[in-house]
Ligand binder design. Structure first.
Ligand code: ZN
Length: 174
């Protein structure tokens, strides 16, 4: 079989969209996308849905190249390669403020660890100790809104992803 034939037959599932549609179809859901890549598929699925807020912090330029500006209910925070913890956390604070103002019933996290400094696919400079801080900030917003919260693992391509995940989940306080 030719590679092209295989690709045309491929089907992609958007896990966070499936979870939201199946489990919380009539709730106000804020999606916080902290994978280093823009979630163009998630944005396309939920664009202009008034009961969904999509907020993404991602590297730009980087594949897929979308998310350079905010559109309606999709709020994008593109950051350049080389972005470190200080700027990242400042941006996360803005994204969480937008989420808090939305008063969600549910906060859904597209959780990526390719923001890590040693990730081979992206060029942010977050360190291990950044992840409990991120988790702590998310926890505060979730608690303040009284929302439910779940996370779906997206990207993360360094060999240390397991340690990063432990750091993140130990930093959650829900
Ligand atoms: Zn990614």
């Amino acid at each position: 079989m030719q590679a092209g034939t295989f690709l045309e037959a491929s089907v992609y599932f958007n896990n966070i969209a499936i979870a939201i549609r199946e489990v919380y179809p009539s709730k106000r859901v804020a999606i916080l996308d902290i994978d280093a890549h823009h979630g163009n598929g998630t944005q396309d699925i939920f664009l202009h849905e008034s009961n969904i807020l999509y907020a993404s912090i991602h590297q730009h330029p980087l594949y897929p190249g979308t998310g350079t500006e905010s559109i309606d209910n999709c709020i994008n925070f593109p950051l350049p390669s080389g972005t470190g913890e200080k700027t990242y956390l400042k941006t996360l604070r803005k994204a969480l403020s937008t989420i808090k103002d939305f008063s969600p019933d549910v906060v859904a996290i597209s959780l990526g660890f390719d923001t890590y400094e040693s990730d081979p696919l992206a060029s942010f400079l977050l360190r291990r100790e950044s992840y409990p801080k991120i988790a702590g900030m998310i926890s505060r917003t979730v608690s303040e809104t009284g929302a439910r919260c779940f996370a779906v693992l997206e990207g993360g391509y360094s060999n240390e992803i397991g340690k990063l995940a432990v750091e993140f989940f130990e930093g959650l306080n829900l």
